[in-house]
Design a protein around this ligand. Structure first.
Ligand code: ADP
Ligand code: ASP
Ligand code: MG
Length: 410
């Protein structure tokens, strides 16, 4: 008898027909003896619909109230799934995040889980009930409803699995596993049987939306047995692995991208101590996250600094930069919010040379200009014009032989 935590994403519970299909699977597994906890997302499109409603009332809605509103999406599906289970003679109980004590900090809209008290869930499981939990939400110390950021139901499921020491956490979605690149962009992308937690963390944080980054962090911390599968077809999916990668496996595991980028440049600032501090201190004070930073080699006592931020923060960052430019008597500020970031990821990079040159050659052959580059031990990212996103991702996928089996691509 295994304890299984399953999570169903928006497309998997998009309508009552699909909710019924989920109930069929869950009821079948419960009848076969497994203990079942099911975390659900809102029906697909529902969170966006609620967000739009909020902005119709206030274009800058109060974060606390927005969370109260957004949390209702998951409440709907949790109740419907529980009803569907009862319909199948399967005893079930649905709960909101706060009812199962998913305690978070108070950062509305991107709250972090601090702890989960699994007692209530365990009591129901002991009585043979299926526990259905509304994903994406928690409660802060003062009893306010919080949400965990877009894609946050993944994190609810993984955190719940860690708290209950589940035998497996199964993330059911609209693709049958984790691919070498988003299959919507690269049709010849290949499903991976396994991916190391380190690589998945990098892929997720560089834009692969298949798992929320925090869910992967949680999984790594507690070594949660985690699998991504399709809710529409039967198959093994992709297992997150906690073992070291074997030498003979592919050097590059996958390609990720984000469209959500913008860059800003300040030209002709004094090349002297304190300038970067002044600039990034003001940006940080406005709670804007900076990703890449490039400073040119100074000439004639002046230098240029370019950095990237999330596209949503572009206007705010530009206003701050203009102010700083005045204070520093900079020559000019420039910006571009039509850029994207493409990254290749693989732990094998540590022991292989030539990955960067293969990457740059593939982009050059397509006539794609690289605007910025950043590297770490296991990834290389480039910033390019957004019109080259699809072309760039596909070119890199081919250049690293990712459509082939891993044995032949090393
Ligand atoms: P859910 O609503 O089930 O949480 P998401 O839309 O959040 O589903 O995540 C699934 C989507 O992630 C897929 O439809 C796919 O387009 C996208 N995706 C991005 N990168 C990858 C990847 N490397 N492998 C598989 N899917 C990916
Ligand atoms: N419903 C939320 C979202 O759309 C959370 C989730 O689906 O994981 O982002
Ligand atoms: Mg998701």
């Amino acid at each position: 008898m295994a304890l299984i935590v399953q999570k169903y994403g928006g497309t998997s519970v998009a309508d009552t027909e699909r909710i019924n299909a989920v109930a069929d699977r869950v009821a079948r597994m419960r009848a076969a003896g497994d203990l079942m906890v099911v975390v659900v997302s809102a029906m697909s499109g529902e969170t966006d619909r609620l967000l739009k409603l909020a902005t119709e009332v206030d274009d800058n809605p109060l974060a606390r109230e927005l969370d109260v509103l957004l949390a209702t999406g998951e409440q709907e599906t949790a109740a419907l799934l529980s009803m569907a289970l009862h319909q199948r003679n399967c005893d079930a109980r649905s709960y909101m995040g706060h009812q199962v004590h998913i305690l978070t900090d108070n950062i509305h809209g991107k709250a972090r889980i601090r702890g989960i008290d699994g007692d209530r869930v365990r009591k129901d499981l002991d009585r043979g009930r299926v526990v259905v939990i509304a994903g994406f939400q928690g409660v802060d110390e003062e009893g306010n409803i919080t949400t965990l950021g877009r894609g946050g139901s993944d994190t609810t499921a993984v955190a719940m699995s860690a708290a209950l020491k589940a035998d497996e956490c199964q993330i059911y979605t609209d693709v049958d596993g984790i691919y070498t690149a988003d299959p919507r962009i690269v049709p010849e992308a290949r499903r991976l049987d396994r991916v190391t937690v380190e690589e998945m963390l990098e892929l997720a944080s560089l834009g692969a939306k298949i798992l929320q980054t925090r869910s992967v962090q949680f999984a790594g911390k507690y070594k949660v047995p985690l699998r991504v599968l399709s809710s529409f077809e039967v198959g093994p999916g992709t297992l997150i692995s906690y073992e070291e990668k074997k030498m003979e496996e592919a050097v590059i595991s996958g390609i990720a991208f984000t469209r959500d980028e913008a860059k800003l440049t300040i030209l002709g600032v004094p090349d002297q101590p304190g300038v970067a501090y002044k600039l990034f201190d003001d940006i940080a004070a406005a709670a804007i996250e900076v990703d890449m930073i490039v400073q040119n080699v100074g000439a004639d006592g002046l230098t240029d600094v370019t950095f990237t931020v999330q596209r949503a923060d572009y206007a705010k960052a530009m206003n701050i930069l203009k102010k700083v430019a005045e204070e520093l008597s900079a020559q000019e500020v420039k910006g571009d919010d039509k850029i994207v970031k493409i990254s290749v990821v693989g732990v094998g990079m540590r022991s292989h040379a030539g990955i960067a040159s293969t990457m740059f050659q593939a982009l050059a052959q397509e006539g794609i200009n690289i605007q910025m580059i950043s590297t770490s031990e296991i990834k290389i990212s480039v910033v390019v014009d957004e019109k080259y996103l699809e072309l760039g991702v596909r070119a890199l996928h081919t250049a690293f032989g990712l459509e082939k089996s891993p044995e032949s691509s090393t």
